[in-house]
Structures are given as C-alpha cells and as structure tokens.
Design a protein around this ligand. Structure first.
Ligand code: ZN
Length: 245
C-alpha cells in the first residue's frame, strides 16, 4: 500500500510543479494542457512521467533541449516519499488522505515562497477547507481547532508587528494549520518553525549562501515544522512532558 501511495505521490508531484509554475502567474492550473515553458511544445503523457522522464532526457526538453530545473524531479520525489511515509504511519484512513493533500499544499507553498516570496491565498483556503473536513469527521474538538487558529493568528501577528520578519501569507498559513491541528499542534509548529528557521539560517550563513541582510522565506520553516508534527508530534510532546514532570 505504501508503494501505491508513493506512486500516486509522484504523479501528483508532477501536478504540483504545474501549480508552482502557474499560481504565481495567476494562470489556470487545470484549463490549459501542459507545455514546455521554453519552446511551448505541448507535452504528452509520456513527457510528464515523474522523475523517470527527467532522468531519461537528462533533465532537458525533448523538443528544444532547454534544461529543466532540478526542482521538477525533487518536488515529485519529495511528494512521493511523503505519501509513502504517511501511508506507513496512518494506514488507509481519511486522516492519511487529508495529510497527503495537506503535505502537497505545504510543498507547493514552500517552493513558491522560496522562488517568489509569496504565499497564495488560494492555497491557504484549501488548508482551511481541510480543517473543516477534520472537524466534520470528529466534531468534538471544534473549539480546540477554533482556538488553535486564533492562537496561531495572534502569535504570528504579534511577531510580524514586532519584527517585520513575516508577511500576511505566513499569518494566514499558521492560522490555517492551527485550525487543522488545534492548540497543542499550533504551539508545536510555531515553536519548531523558529527552531528550524534559526538552525537553517545559521547553516546558510556559515556556508555563505545567504548573508545577514537576505530576507528568508518563512513558509518553508512553517511547512517543515507542520510535517514534523504530523510524523513525530505526539512522540516529541510526550518526551517533553516526561522530561518536565
Ligand atoms: Zn521545449
């Protein structure tokens, strides 16, 4: 089953690349068929085989020879591995499917944020919709999710006002994740987004990819923290609780 999830993840990863390319340009993600961004040649289904196509054509367009970004196979592979890992952890369940969708949105948000420094409202709305499905599935924790969303919103708004380090997209994203994961989840994600952000910033400074003045996108840190919560949230929180008790 994990293999079926993995392959589905690869195929959907190919669609995520389309979203990553088109959403910032405000182009429809479903209406027009895929074509090469360089020569405009329409792509057939066999031109869009995830990862495989990239490897066979050594990362180039079959029609014009234009080199494609390594982003394409990386996004496909990450999404495939993510789906496989979620299947192993959550089995065949509604939660697994919702986490797969959420994970795909987080990958898309992160890559768009890295490239363009924006977080699309449309993607944040999909996260809000996922939280509603979770609530409908288990409505006993509705209040926890409302408080989670509010808490995320207030915390990030305060940080944004105090430091100027994040934008409106980050605030909406953390509020959406608060609605999905509730109070405990949102506190976890806020805390670890800063820990991960600080760790990655230090590494980037040391290897001199970024300097102090460069503005870092915060969306990827929030996304990594959310994925950490999906896989190890309860384990890490239990470790913490047993340490302080
Ligand atoms: Zn081409």
């Amino acid at each position: 089953m994990a293999i079926i999830f993995f392959i589905t993840g690869l195929l959907i990863g190919s669609f995520l690349n389309v979203c990553i390319y088109r959403i910032p340009l405000h182009k429809s993600i479903i209406k027009t068929p895929s074509s090469c961004g360089s020569c405009g040649h329409r792509l057939n289904y066999y031109d869009m085989l995830p990862v495989v196509n990239y490897v066979i054509n050594s990362g180039k367009c079959r029609y014009c020879g234009e080199k494609y970004s390594i982003q394409y196979p990386l996004v496909e592979l990450s999404n495939g591995l993510l789906y496989g890992a979620i299947a192993l952890k959550y089995g065949y369940s509604l939660a697994a499917v919702l986490y797969c969708i959420l994970g795909s949105i987080l990958i898309t948000i992160s890559v768009i944020d890295l490239k363009h420094k924006i977080i699309s409202d449309g993607l944040n709305i999909v996260i809000a919709a996922i939280s509603i499905i979770f609530v409908l599935n288990d409505n006993s924790i509705l209040t926890d999710r409302i408080f989670g969303a509010l808490l995320g919103f207030v915390l990030f708004l305060a940080i944004a006002l105090a430091t100027d380090a994040m934008g409106g997209g980050d605030i909406k994203l953390i509020a959406g994740l608060g609605a999905v994961f509730g109070v405990e989840g949102v506190l976890f994600i806020v805390f670890f987004s800063f820990v991960i952000g600080a760790a990655i910033s230090v590494v980037l400074l040391i290897i001199k990819i970024k300097n102090r003045k460069d503005e870092l996108s915060f969306g990827p840190f929030i996304s990594i923290a959310a994925l950490l919560y999906i896989f190890y949230g309860s384990k890490i929180i239990n470790l913490y609780l047993s340490a302080v008790a």
